[in-house]
Design a protein around this ligand. Structure first.
Ligand SMILES: [Zn+2]
Length: 298
């Protein structure tokens, strides 16, 4: 046992108390994906670690739209090949580490680990487009008591969770990071008007992050409940597209001189006529779409 004097973690926070550390068993309960809609709860070995790998005790794991699609399809060409432990949005605490893991990491530290990490060597990585990496490494296994984090992810995409952030919020880091990257790429300016199409979790994150930056958001969705949430999160207007005959006209009427929005976020998950309508209406006003309008598929 180490001394009782508190150590500081990466963020300058006190390390978790020793009594919170756990003894790792050899077996664990896990949800293993075998194929289309075939997920089985099984007892399997706790993963063994390579010298640069980290073992998390899973505190919370979420299910996202990709998980749902993979569960229905039974596999994902790049992300997961069955049989494999399912799940990737996770917050956990470090309970074991290989000998060559960066010494800044300590047992008991609460972390989030992304489900992928770029190679940092290929053409796209060298251009700062890590999302297009030719050799993106994926990791699954969050639906289990313990989860192995590969060395590359532990080095590049594992983050300590500050004490003030609860597990439920921390586990949402991965989709939130996608949203923040999208907002960054949009280069929005204070006072801009942006249309967010779709008010699922990702669309609503866009609403919140854009309004925080002083962007005037017009939210579009098919159901009233998510539109009410969009209003609560700061949307200047929320339009139910099933109750509005001329969606593009309604959007234009809400913009200066009817010129349309400065940018459009497509977060509807499915292609829809409304998406095309708004974007086409906007483009037809004579703007250079490459400069004045950007649409993101999420
Ligand atoms: Zn790469």
């Amino acid at each position: 046992m180490k001394t009782a004097s508190p150590k500081k973690t990466e963020l300058g926070l006190e390390e978790a108390p020793l009594q919170e550390r756990v003894v790792v068993p050899s077996r664990m309960t896990a949800a293993v994906l075998y194929g289309s809609e075939d997920l089985r709860i099984e007892q399997i070995d706790v993963p063994a670690l390579a010298v640069d790998e980290v073992l998390l005790r899973v505190r919370l794991a979420l299910t996202d739209g990709t998980d749902l699609k993979v569960w229905k399809r039974g596999y994902h060409a790049k992300m997961i090949q069955p049989p494999a432990v399912f799940g990737h949005e996770v917050v956990g605490e470090i309970v074991a580490m290989g000998k060559r893991v960066d010494p800044r990491w300590r047992l008991g530290t609460r972390v989030i680990a992304a489900n992928s990490a770029p190679c940092l060597r290929c053409y796209h990585c060298r251009r700062g487009q890590e999302n297009l990496c030719d050799d993106l490494l994926f990791n699954n296994g969050a639906y289990a008591e313990y989860m192995r984090i590969p060395g590359r992810i532990a080095r590049e995409n594992m983050l300590e969770v500050p004490h003030g952030v609860d597990d439920h919020s921390a586990a949402l880091v991965e989709p939130l990071a996608c949203v923040l990257r999208g907002v960054h790429e949009m280069e929005v300016r204070t006072g801009d008007t942006t249309v967010v199409i779709g008010c699922g979790p990702v669309g609503l994150m866009f609403v919140r992050m854009l309004t925080r930056r002083g962007v005037r958001v017009i939210a579009l969705a098919r159901r009233e409940a998510p539109l009410a949430v969009a209003r609560k999160l700061g949307a200047a207007a929320a339009i139910n597209v099933t109750e509005t005959a001329d969606v593009a006209g309604a959007v234009r009427a809400l913009t200066d001189e009817g010129r349309g929005p400065d940018s459009v976020v497509e977060a509807a998950a499915v292609g829809s006529a409304d998406v095309v309508l708004v974007v086409v209406e906007h483009s037809s006003l004579g703007y250079d779409p490459s400069r004045e309008s950007q649409a993101f598929s999420v």
